[in-house]
Design a protein around this ligand. Sequence first.
Ligand SMILES: Nc1ncnc2c1ncn2[C@@H]1O[C@H](COP(=O)(O)OP(=O)(O)OP(=O)(O)O)[C@@H](O)[C@H]1O
Length: 301
Amino acid sequence: MSTTTQEHADPLTRRPVLTVRDLTVVYETEQPVTAVSSASLQLHRGEILGLAGESGCGKTTLAYAVNRLHQPPARIAGGSVVFHDRDGGDVDLLALKDEPLRKFRWTQLSMVFQGAMNSLNPVRTVGYQLDDTLRAHDPSMSRARRRERAAEVLTRVGVDPVRLRSYPHELSGGMRQRTMIAMAMLMQPQIMIMDEPTTALDVVVQREILREILRLRDELDFAVLFITHDLPLLLEIADRIAVMYRGEIVELETAQKLHEAAQHPYTRKLLGSFPSLTGERSDFVRAGAHDRDGRQEEWSV
Ligand SMILES: Nc1ncnc2c1ncn2[C@@H]1O[C@H](COP(=O)(O)OP(=O)(O)OP(=O)(O)O)[C@@H](O)[C@H]1O
């Protein structure tokens, strides 16, 4: 349903860049919690795939596990995650050793986390932090080239490169979030996972940044796994949407089909809770899947 991407070749006709199959993640606590249960999805080159679902349904756990950023007590209990490189090779992400995994992150797959704008180092300038990432991942790059590249990515996300000399507290929330997106783009990854990248921002800034993400995707041809509980937003920007409910992906469809003929009752409930794509979002969507009395609703899956 994305409107800014009409010249873009239909991503669904293109090769996949990531295949997640039957991924299961368990928190090994006293009462083990299966946060992700046999989840499967495929991300195509240049695609924006939305992952929607209420708070606590397992979206973040899935994103972290894909990039092996999960920490104990989380454990991947089964399944596979395969990256399909541009050059034709396949990489089994769950089998990667530490060093190749470190290289893989940022260069092939980068993440913009929930509240990432607060994860910039407060005592270092933006320029230093971009330079540091470049140095860590490409030691052969000259200082001049690094400076050039840092200015380039900031410009791309709509931040004046004069801000390279700024400290994070000197930037607005929107600028900090754009800077985090610039950081994620630094090494030209083939996949970006964005976990609620704009939720903390006001609606106008949020829209601007989303428009920017769509434009960059068209220009630079990366794929995005875009995680949010905001289904209306996904209907506007995503090519396809996966709906997650209690650790399972219960539906995965094009945004259009999902909007017109959702199959799963939970998806229908989510969709039915706002009057139109452009209308006001209802309290239901803002609050997550709770009924008016605040009770968690139940669907058999
Ligand atoms: N460290 C942990 N130990 C035990 N259980 C956890 C831990 N972290 C998350 N969980 C559980 O795993 C499930 C999935 O959580 P997760 O954060 O992945 O959901 P989410 O859909 O990303 O939610 P949100 O939108 O609020 O970020 C939840 O039931 C949560 O309680």
